[in-house]
Design a protein around this ligand. Structure first.
Ligand SMILES: NC(=O)c1ccc[n+]([C@@H]2O[C@H](COP(=O)([O-])OP(=O)(O)OC[C@H]3O[C@@H](n4cnc5c(N)ncnc54)[C@H](O)[C@@H]3O)[C@@H](O)[C@H]2O)c1
Length: 336
């Protein structure tokens, strides 16, 4: 397979690229290396990927239609995995246009390129945040997701709608992946587990939002990668029996599919913090705060489709995953 991975210098893109390079696929990585968080971490990830002969990297912004087209024209990828996006719920309140540029305009450029240079399968990152204000849990891909509570979530839901349109009009098989709070080595500094670790090691108090009364379906990076790799060959086909009255929202009359990839095991924020404290061997000083706008109280993935279609379910416990994260963090930042 010749696979184009967008956002290859990002957290998930890096781990996914590395795994597929190990499996001897040809990987073309693109990323604009923006400074939403420390770009030196992106460079470090790329340094590792650049060691593989079967990896090629181009610094490209998804907003730049001509540059995206040129990549497709040059490499004619057989598969595309779109992970590049402006991520983060809270930042979408501060800088909404970054989300419009990367997640909407950028994604149209990917879809148009897949239309002009046909691919066997386009997979793209959606997010658990599309479940927005939903209360019924676990969150199923058959639940309605028309009530987002952040612009980030709205752009991810839009991606699913845009993908559906291209699956229908041009027969492009598309799979949307709703990831649930991903964590692990080489992770994202803007996410709580990362900033908590930094603050705890620096002896600073951590900010615990909604007084700790939140639950997240924390999912370890290796489980996310394994799920994506297994889904690459699971090319969606049109569901001829699709019937809108039957509550089947994750398939369609078009070659289109949506999956949740989450741990299916929500953890209270306080338990997560305790596990991090144990991994670090330090008790954190805590500043209890109010709920942040755009945040949701709970995420919880129903992964029955993953089990049915690829016989896979994430399984890493937070104790195990956080221990690996802390080992990496101390090694990377040379913490004694
Ligand atoms: N990490 C999570 O918990 C999580 C959860 C749900 C969904 N997601 C989604 O998964 C995908 C990957 O997330 P991540 O955690 O690896 O984030 P990340 O920020 O580490 O990776 C995204 C990468 O895309 C690049 N990028 C952003 N805008 C770009 C543009 N316009 N052109 C080219 N490159 C661009 C960034 O430089 C970055 O390296 C994103 O789409 C994100 O929204 C992540």
């Amino acid at each position: 397979m010749r696979i184009l991975i967008t956002g290859a210098a990002g957290f998930i893109g890096f781990h996914l690229s590395k795994e597929l390079l190990e499996e001897s696929h040809e990987i073309i990585g693109i990323d604009n290396l923006n400074d939403y968080y420390d770009p030196s971490l992106k460079e470090s990830r790329l340094d590792i990927l650049n060691k593989y002969k079967n990896f090629k990297f181009h610094k490209v912004d998804l907003k730049d239609k001509d540059a995206v087209d040129e990549i497709f024209k040059t490499y004619k990828p057989t598969h595309v995995i779109n992970l590049a996006a402006q991520a983060g719920v809270r930042y979408s309140i501060e800088n909404p246009y970054a989300y419009v540029d990367s997640n909407l305009i950028g994604f149209v450029n990917i879809l148009e390129a897949c239309r002009n240079y046909p691919v066997e399968h386009l997979l793209y990152a959606s997010s658990s945040s599309v479940y927005g204000g939903n209360k019924v849990a676990p969150f199923s891909t058959n639940h309605n997701v028309d009530h987002p509570v952040s612009l980030y979530a709205a752009t991810k839901k839009s991606n699913e709608l845009m993908a559906h349109t291209y699956s229908h009009l041009y027969g492009i098989p598309t799979t949307g992946l709703r990831f649930f709070t991903v964590y692990g080595p080489y992770g994202r500094p803007d996410m709580a587990y990362f900033s908590f670790t930094k603050d705890i090691l620096a002896g600073k108090a951590i900010k615990v939002f909604n007084h700790g009364k939140m639950e997240r379906d924390f999912t370890y990076i290796d489980d996310i990668v394994e799920g994506i790799v297994k889904l690459i060959d699971k090319v969606p086909t049109a569901n001829k029996e699709w019937d809108e009255s039957k509550d089947d929202l994750s398939t369609s009359f078009a070659p289109y599919k949506i999956y949740n990839i989450g741990n299916n095991n929500p953890v209270q924020l306080m338990r997560f913090i305790n596990a991090l404290e144990s991994a670090l061997g330090i008790e954190a000083e805590k500043n209890y705060m109010e709920m942040q706008p755009g945040d949701v109280l709970r995420t919880y993935a129903d992964v029955s489709d993953l089990e049915k279609d690829i016989n896979f379910k994430p399984s890493t416990s937070i104790e195990e995953g956080l221990t690996k994260f802390v080992e990496w963090y101390k090694d990377y930042y040379e913490v004694k």
